[in-house]
Every structure is written in C-alpha cells, then in structure tokens.
Write a protein that binds this ligand. Structure first.
Ligand code: FAD
Length: 283
C-alpha cells in the first residue's frame, strides 16, 4: 500500500471519510465497492488507535442477554456469521469456557438458559460455525478442570463452553483499506483533517494536512463521514455528556491453548476474557 497525498488536493469526491479505524475503513471500502468516489484520511497509521487495541472478538454479545437486548444480540450474531463466511482467513471460530463457582453471580441454571437462548438466536448455525461446535456444552467439575487446568478448583461446580469468533483487528482494518484502494478509493494515512469547509451551512469538504511533508490542501466532498473514534468526543464542543472510558489488556505467557475463557472479577463483578493470541494469552 502506497500513500499518495498528491491525489487529494482540490479534488471532489462523493465521500470523504475522516479516521482510519475499523469504522472508517469499512465505510470507505463499502462506499468504494458501491461505485462512489471515496477519499479516506487518517492522522496516524491505519488502525493505529482503538481498532488495533480491542479484545479481538467478533462476538454476539452474550452479556447483552442479561439486559434483554435480544435484537442487538441477534444482529451481532448474524454479522459474526457473515464475517466468518466472507473472511475465513481473518475471522475464525473460537470456543469460550465459562466456569461456575459456588459464589458465581450467575448460577448454572441461569447460564444454561442464557446459552440456550444464545444458540437459538444464532438460528441456522452455518457450516463454518458448526465445525467448531456452536452449541453450548455443559461439563462437570472434573471435566471442566481438565479442560481448563489454569482455573482455581476451590468452589468450582462445573462450567460450560460455547461458540463465538475471533479476529486480528489491525489486519482486518489493513485488509479493508487495501480493498478500498483496489476499488478506487484514495487512502492516505499520516494525513490529518484540520477543518471543515462549509457552504450555505452545509459541509462540502475539508482541509487536510500531510503529517509527513507538512503540506496543507483542500478536498471537496458531497458527504463527509467523521469516524474519528475517541477524537469525536474530545474535539467537539457541547459533548460533555460523552465520557471517554479506558480498557486495559495484558499480554501474558500462553496459558490458553485453542479455547478462551469468560471470567468474572471477584472484586467488582466485571466480566473479562482470557484469549489465546498468537501463542500468548490476552487478558
Ligand atoms: C478495551 C477495548 C476492547 C474492545 N474489544 C472489542 C472486541 O473484542 N470486539 C469488538 O467488536 N469491539 C471491541 N471494542 C470496541 C472496538 O474496538 C471499537 O468500537 C472500535 O475499534 C472503534 O473503531 P473506530 O474506527 O470508531 O475508532 P478508532 O479505531 O479509534 O479510529 C479512529 C481513527 O480516527 C483517527 N482520527 C481522529 N481524528 C482525526 C483527524 N482529525 N484526521 C484524521 N484522522 C483522525 C484516529 O487517529 C484513529 O485512528 C473494544 C474497545 C475497547 C476500548
């Protein structure tokens, strides 16, 4: 992929996308495939922010069942299936284990009901997912300990496994940018959007600065999409209601093999994952 800032100045595009994370990359790729003329600018490197620092999961959102968000879970599961089919080299099935301890907030029956619903919402399991066994399974204490030997055994009653999916988030973004470029989009990283150009109260373009050569230019666009992630709230006045939150990952020596764990922190009941990640474990 070669950046070419000189393709931007004074051109008029159907769509200008600001921000080269997963949202910007998908938007540019999708629009370019639909035949629109597209430009996407990213102030740093592609996926240089949150989109390379996620937990790498393409999941249906099991936890949203607790808040009865069935529509959201169903939609996320459908998207998961679509990605498994469209990009099997980038999105692969991953099985999760969920232990049940004597003092677990969610007991065996409630978890069983949730996992049955999760499987049900997946509807047609699809060949790819069924290879990994989408349907949940229950294990007694001994069998679950044997499957996940790193888990504490004190108070362990047993556990379940269920199917979800994993990706390499940064590479997924890079692949979308490469795809957008192949479909004709102008994709320039190290290029910062510094201001919007308005005419008659409508946004009709933007000023951008080449972060490498320190040149500025104007671009014109029929539509502008701002997929700037956390910068959206930080840079917009009147968005005090929008609070930034932070997540932390630890990369540890590999204790997980080919299955992940969904665990609950004893201190505050928050859910976290232990995920196999290129021979290491991502916590
Ligand atoms: C800890 C954590 C774990 C997560 N785990 C998962 C998960 O497992 N699965 C999942 O689906 N989701 C997960 N998410 C959510 C997911 O990672 C985010 O929703 C997603 O990455 C956001 O993408 P984005 O494109 O909106 O933002 P970003 O990836 O932040 O991209 C925005 C880009 O805009 C650029 N930008 C900003 N201002 C400008 C400007 N003026 N000019 C040019 N470029 C600009 C930035 O440099 C940045 O690269 C997780 C989130 C967190 C925080």
């Amino acid at each position: 992929m070669k950046r070419n800032f000189s393709l931007l100045p004074d051109r008029k595009f159907d769509l200008l996308v600001c921000g080269g994370g997963i949202y910007g990359a998908w938007t540019a790729y999708d629009a370019a495939l639909r035949g629109l003329s597209v430009a996407i600018v990213e102030q740093g490197d592609w996926a240089g922010a949150t989109s390379s620092a996620s937990s790498k999961l393409i999941h249906g959102g099991l936890r949203y069942l607790e808040t009865y968000d069935f529509k959201l879970v169903r939609k996320a599961i459908q998207e998961r299936q679509r990605l498994l089919e469209l990009a099997p080299h980038r999105v692969w099935p991953l099985r999760f284990g969920v232990p049940v301890y004597r003092d677990s907030r969610i007991g065996t029956l409630q978890l069983k009901a949730g996992l049955m619903l999760y499987d049900f919402l997946a509807g047609r399991p699809g060949e790819i997912m069924s290879d990994a066994g989408i349907a949940h399974r229950h294990f007694d204490r001994a069998a679950f300990s044997e499957r996940f030997p790193a888990l504490a055994r004190d108070g362990l009653k047993g556990g379940f496994t269920y199917g979800d999916a994993q990706t390499d988030d940064a590479r997924l973004v890079l692949e979308l940018i490469a795809g957008a470029m192949s479909a004709g989009a102008v994709c320039v990283n190290y290029c910062r959007l510094t201001g919007l150009v308005e005419a008659g109260g409508l946004v009709c373009g933007a000023t951008v600065r080449d972060q490498i050569d320190d040149k500025s230019a104007q671009i014109f666009s029929r539509q502008t999409v701002y997929t700037a992630g956390q910068w959206t709230s930080a840079s917009q006045p009147g968005r005090e209601w929008c609070r930034l939150s932070k997540g932390v990952h630890l990369v540890m020596p590999g204790t997980m093999t080919d299955e992940a764990l969904l665990l609950t922190a004893k201190s505050d009941g928050r859910v976290f994952f232990m995920i196999p990640w290129y021979g290491m474990t991502l916590l």
